[in-house]
Design a protein around this ligand. Structure first.
Ligand SMILES: [Zn+2]
Ligand SMILES: [Zn+2]
Length: 82
């Protein structure tokens, strides 16, 4: 089925022009879907960035320093590690 012209009567039978009737509705629906996709992509990106920063944080980790004086490890902040 061919798409109706924008200045033709709307196929839904409202008596209005297609551009003033269902085309506008379809367009707003498409915009809503696009917004949903963008929001979803943004959330996904944020989650991925969070995972990457979390894992890189774990990978670098706190550097342990052996204290011969105390006989145990210290981490970077200077607290004792059992
Ligand atoms: Zn219509
Ligand atoms: Zn110590």
């Amino acid at each position: 089925m061919a798409k109706p012209g924008r200045n033709d009567l709307c196929p839904c039978g409202s008596g209005r022009k297609y551009k003033k009737c269902c085309e506008a509705k379809e367009r707003s629906q498409a915009n809503g879907r696009m917004l949903m996709i963008l929001v979803g992509a943004g959330v996904l990106a944020a989650v991925l960035v969070g995972i990457v920063s979390f894992s890189s944080e774990r990978a670098s980790g706190p550097t342990r320093v052996w204290s011969t004086e105390h006989g145990h490890y210290h981490d970077a902040s200077g607290t004792a590690v059992p």
